[in-house]
Ligand binder design. Structure first.
Ligand code: PEP
Length: 258
């Protein structure tokens, strides 16, 4: 953490209909209303973004889209532009989640294009990186993550970089219950910070938020969030229940008060 403000982010993925999204957003907003030391973000599906974005825009909840397109408008059936997202009151977007990469074929190049497009349009971006199990077993994790992070950093101005949050999510830990050990996570977070340092200078490296994602739960959150270079969490499964999500946010709030 080291002077950086922790961010607890929930990625709801393709879960919850409009009504359920509204209910969960309300429960989360009420639960974190009194938290002063951290930021809390939820990311509903596009279909719910309008209602959730509008209803909670004056709460202290941050709200993100789970994806966006890299063009402003046009013949891209089924895609969603940044202007559409912004019209719901939302100016955060998660880009390059491993499910987008693995299932929907988003390459480092596409992800970098989206990151640049969103940042240059004034959005805050959570850019996701992380190695697969096979890559870790082959000892390639550092190389893979370095390539992914460097793809983001190309062509970003100093101001754009200020709105980038990086989420390190080892693919083998997402939705599997297999969490990276605090040491494994911290080692990679340190490496990512060093890459940002090297590419954009020490100030950028010291201030950028690096979230950990991959089976974060009420049981492991305290240890993970206690690591020096872990500045929050991107949470899938445990973000779908207000008890676990708000509980993790409460842990982060407590750590931040210390
Ligand atoms: C995620 O999808 O970003 C994620 C980390 O999922 P889970 O917490 O379920 O592993």
């Amino acid at each position: 953490m080291m002077g950086r403000r922790l961010l607890i982010a929930g990625n709801w993925k393709m879960n919850l209909d409009l009504y359920e999204s509204y209910q969960l957003a309300k429960a989360v907003a009420e639960g974190v209303e009194s938290f002063k030391n951290i930021d809390v973000l939820i990311s509903p599906a596009f279909i719910s973004l309008g209602v959730v974005g509008q209803k909670f825009k004056d709460s202290n909840l941050l709200i993100a889209a789970q994806n966006c397109h890299y063009e402003d408008s046009g013949a891209y059936t089924g895609e969603i532009s940044l202007d559409m997202i912004r019209s719901t009151g939302v100016d955060w977007v998660i880009i390059g989640h491993s499910e987008r990469r693995a299932i929907f074929g988003e390459t480092d190049e596409i992800v970098a294009k989206k990151v640049k497009h969103a940042l240059s349009n004034g959005f805050h971006v959570i850019g996701c990186v992380g190695e697969s199990l096979e890559q870790r077993e082959n000892g390639e994790q550092e190389k893979v993550v370095k390539t992914q992070v460097e793809a983001f950093l190309q062509n970003l101005s100093e101001n754009e970089l200020k709105n980038l949050v990086i989420a390190y999510e080892p693919v083998w830990a997402i939705g599997t219950g297999k969490v990276a050990s605090p040491e494994q996570a911290e080692e990679m977070h340190k490496q990512i910070r060093n890459i940002v340092n090297g590419n954009a200078g020490e100030e950028a490296g010291e201030s950028i938020l690096i979230l950990y994602g991959g089976s974060v739960s009420l049981t492991n959150a305290e240890e993970l969030l206690g690591q020096q270079d872990i500045d929050g969490a991107l949470i899938g499964g445990a973000s779908l229940k207000q008890e676990s999500f708000n509980g993790i946010a409460a842990i982060a709030e407590d750590i931040s008060k210390e």
